[in-house]
Design a binder for this molecule. Structure first.
Ligand SMILES: [Zn+2]
Length: 49
């Protein structure tokens, strides 16, 4: 189980790290154009949350 809370308040919860990275990158592209995180950065944020 992987989860991450975007600073905008959106919550993401997925079964695998791969899905989480995919979901968060899609959300960034849609809701926060111009901001992007690498897979490593997303997983690091997820580990802290
Ligand atoms: Zn967001």
């Amino acid at each position: 189980m992987a989860s991450l809370r975007c600073p905008c308040g959106e919550n993401f919860r997925t079964e695998t790290d791969d899905e989480l990275v995919e979901k968060v990158q899609a959300h960034l592209a849609e809701a926060h154009p111009g901001r992007s995180y690498s897979r490593d950065e997303i997983l690091m944020l997820a580990a802290m949350s």
